[in-house]
Design a protein around this ligand. Structure first.
Ligand SMILES: Nc1nc2c(ncn2[C@@H]2O[C@H](COP(=O)(O)OP(=O)(O)O)[C@@H](O)[C@H]2O)c(=O)[nH]1
Ligand SMILES: [Mg+2]
Length: 318
């Protein structure tokens, strides 16, 4: 091992943290041994997910919430998986981006994730970044993500508490909310409550919570919080609600159960990714894959037989 990044990260090095995260983003295999060393130092941070449509105010809310959290003396890691986030100035940057005030606070580490081409999945990479920031010693980790595709839903599953940000008059009333996103929310944030229609949206969401059998059957009833993020209104209420949800999870071992489920999925996913990476690597050698494809196209074999053959060979490899 040439660099002791894990040791440096545990000792608080921002530079080593940034470097390891870049490797994770590039799916650089060198990251693995460092991740393995960091792993025993993870599991301490509490992860908050902030999701919602573009323009809902997620970044503004994340910013204001971070100040509220900092005032309690807790440290924060922010992961913005949102290419349009002001943290990045609209650009997709791989490096640590400093925001004007938060960015110069050593108790805050901000990172935007590039959303391009992840073979192992964006959620997988984000989950590793969470672990790095956790080992780096951040008490609270906030993940900001746009709640649209499957990637985002998978990312939001990394959070212990998920906040869904809705705004009045965006035309994205809850009827059109993607199925599965509503169900994932532990807290509904009605942001831009300075606008008309905030109270109507609030009662719509409250009604939906009462009527949705999937939500109703959960032991936790989602809370609703009204905020005006730009004016820092309701942000302390949001923080209080997050803490109530945390207390709820920590009672009766629910948080442990949630993390057990996550560890299970992650471990399976890791095995899946590594197997696939190795098999793909071997098939790419000597044009083996192209040869097989030629044979399929020439009707000498079919993809099913190829798949069985490849896996059979692999399993019998000593
Ligand atoms: N009127 C109003 N505007 C807000 C509020 N919160 C955020 N905004 C504005 O909404 C726009 C989008 O906010 P941003 O935080 O970038 O949203 P994101 O795309 O969800 O991260 C910005 O111009 C913010 O200033 C709010 O509570 N009220
Ligand atoms: Mg944003």
């Amino acid at each position: 091992m040439t660099n002791d990044y894990a040791g440096e990260i545990l000792a608080g090095s921002v530079r080593a943290t940034a470097r390891l995260i870049s490797w994770l983003e590039d799916e650089d295999q060198r990251a693995l041994e460092h991740m393995e060393r960091l792993y025993p130092h993870t599991g301490r941070a509490y992860v908050i997910g902030i999701t919602g449509s573009p323009g809902a105010g997620k970044s503004t809310l994340t910013d204001k919430l971070s100040y509220a959290i900092r005032r309690q003396g807790l440290t924060i890691g922010i992961i913005a998986v949102d290419p349009s986030s002001p943290f990045t100035g609209g650009a997709v940057l791989g490096d640590r981006v400093r925001m004007t005030r938060l960015g110069v606070d050593p108790g805050v580490y901000i990172r935007s994730m590039a959303t391009r081409g992840f073979l192992g999945g964006l959620a997988r990479a984000t989950s590793d970044v969470v672990k790095v920031l956790d080992a780096f010693g951040k008490d609270i980790i906030i993940i900001e993500t746009v709640g649209v595709g499957q990637d985002e839903v998978d990312i939001i599953r990394l959070a212990d508490t998920t906040c869904l940000v809705l705004v009045p008059g965006l035309g994205d009333t809850i009827q059109s909310m993607k199925a599965g996103v509503m169900e994932i929310a532990d807290l509904f944030v009605i942001n831009k409550a300075d606008r008309v229609g905030a109270d109507q949206l609030l009662s719509e969401v409250a009604l939906r919570i009462q009527q949705d059998s999937q939500i109703k059957n959960k032991p936790w009833t989602p809370e609703l919080v009204k905020t005006v993020a730009v004016e820092d209104q309701g942000v302390n209420d949001l923080w209080d609600a997050i803490r109530r949800h945390r207390t709820f999870l920590e009672s009766d071992g629910r948080l442990l159960e949630k993390r057990r489920e996550r560890t299970r999925n992650e471990t399976l996913q890791m095995i899946h990714n590594e197997l696939f990476r190795r098999i793909r690597g071997r098939l790419a050698e000597n044009g083996e894959l192209d040869r097989l494809v030629d044979q399929i196209l020439a009707a000498k074999t079919d993809p099913y037989a190829v798949m069985r053959g490849v896996i059979g060979d692999w399993l019998h490899t000593p």
